[in-house]
Design a protein around this ligand. Structure first.
Ligand SMILES: Cc1cc2nc3c(=O)[nH]c(=O)nc-3n(C[C@H](O)[C@H](O)[C@H](O)COP(=O)(O)OP(=O)(O)OC[C@H]3O[C@@H](n4cnc5c(N)ncnc54)[C@H](O)[C@@H]3O)c2cc1C
Length: 379
């Protein structure tokens, strides 16, 4: 599998890196502290053309693939994972429409994203249905020429700012009844519940989404009745490569901070980078960053070529998330006491890294998926 970037992809990486350096890094710590939603920064990222890359050209989008999404996500997350997550959640929210929506739905629901900055959200998780998403209890009742939705979605990224939600609800209380619906902001009965206060990725918006008698016309059902769980799984399969790319961005940034600091900081009359113990740490960190990079871009390339596979997407997500957690932790250690302080960037990287082991399927769930795919392969 060729994971070498094309010249266009390299150019996109240079653009995303420039945007991260100029627009994100200088304000990342301030947004982390204030927990404000970084709308002005997102406006500038949008103006640079880095949002919603996978919207097809025929509805006005860039028609790019998972590989380009990963490139942008890696670069922006290296600047601030919380800010970058808003872009990722946009793609996550619109992917059910990209993979299961009809042409008219894509035109009507996605074209507005190509004209102005808008936000999307993916509403699967509920309080009692996390890893076991099949247990979700939000209900969709048939009503005349449409449906009525009732339920509460938990931990929804972009939940409080979204213009468009893809919501999963069951028609009969069973997993087989799960169906996907597009719901636009302002729909009567749709409201935003509590906003979460988080350990990391504080510049991203995470809320409950409440559905009380929300009427959805049949034209806004995505895919067939009962097809929702499969659509959710196919969406996550694609998104996990991009999640891995964000984790890779955090790991890469933490390694870079640690290398700079270890070269500058002197103890016992020498830079700590020349101490054997620190060399061992830096060597291990670098290996994990490179291994994560290979897994992430391999998974993304497979998705781009129409060969998305649970095996590779789950490996990329879990490995890169573990690498981010490990590398950021070692970076804090290399900074010593300074690493523990807010004045230096590595404590934020450490806090931001943790979520990548949890959301879009925890790393335990990814390992389960990997094992099952391997066992199934054996026949
Ligand atoms: C900041 C944030 C943003 C999020 N954004 C979104 C979003 O935009 N849209 C959305 O729909 N959801 C979102 N989520 C939800 C997220 O995907 C879930 O939190 C995640 O899937 C885990 O579910 P849970 O929190 O209920 O944990 P649980 O499922 O209760 O898991 C608890 C523990 O049990 C372990 N566990 C559970 N089942 C198994 C198993 N079968 N084998 C081994 N271990 C297991 C888990 O690994 C974990 O360690 C978000 C969550 C957070 C925290």
């Amino acid at each position: 599998m060729d994971v070498h970037p094309t010249e266009d992809q390299e150019e996109l990486r240079r653009l995303a890196r420039r945007v991260a350096d100029q627009e994100i890094r200088p304000v990342a710590a301030a947004y982390d502290r204030s927990r404000e939603f970084p709308r002005p920064v997102l406006e500038r990222i949008h103006a640079a053309g880095l949002f919603d890359l996978q919207i097809p050209e025929r509805v006005g989008g860039s028609g790019l693939s998972s590989v380009e999404d990963c490139i942008v996500q890696e670069e922006l997350a290296a600047g601030c994972a919380g800010i970058a997550l808003t872009l990722l959640a946009n793609t996550l929210g619109m992917t059910p429409i990209l993979i299961a929506g009809g042409e008219e739905q894509k035109e009507r629901l996605l074209r507005p994203f190509t004209a102005a900055l808008r936000f999307a959200a993916f509403g699967l998780t509920e309080a009692e249905a996390g890893s076991d998403a099949r247990a979700l209890q939000a209900r969709a009742h048939r009503d005349g020429d449409g449906y009525v939705l009732e339920g509460r979605k938990r931990f929804i990224t972009n939940g409080g700012v979204a213009d468009l939600y893809t919501i999963f609800a069951t028609l009969d209380g069973t997993p087989e009844g799960i169906t996907c619906f597009a719901v636009e902001k302002g729909a009567p009965g749709l409201s935003v519940g509590r906003e979460e206060r988080k350990l990391g990725i504080r510049a991203s918006n995470t809320t409950e989404v409440v559905l009380e008698g929300v009427r959805v016309p049949i034209a806004d059902r995505i895919g067939q009745e009962g097809e929702g769980y499969r659509i959710a799984l196919r969406t996550l399969l694609r998104s996990r490569a991009t999640i891995g790319a964000a984790a890779l961005g955090i790991a890469r940034e933490a390694l870079s901070c640690a290398l700079d600091y270890a070269a500058r900081r002197e103890q016992f009359g020498q830079p700590i980078a020349t101490l054997g113990a620190i060399e061992q740490m830096l060597g291990e960190m670098a290996m994990r960053v490179e291994a994560a990079r290979l897994l992430v871009y391999q998974a993304a390339q497979r998705i781009a070529e129409g060969e998305a596979s649970p095996l590779y997407s789950s490996m990329a997500k879990a490995y890169a998330a573990d690498a981010a957690m490990f590398v950021a932790g070692e970076a804090v250690q290399i900074f010593g006491g300074y690493g523990y302080m807010e004045d230096y960037p590595v404590e934020k990287l450490y806090r931001d890294a943790k979520i990548y082991q949890i959301f879009e399927g925890t790393n335990q769930v990814q390992r389960m998926v990997i094992a099952r795919a391997l066992v199934k392969d054996r026949g």
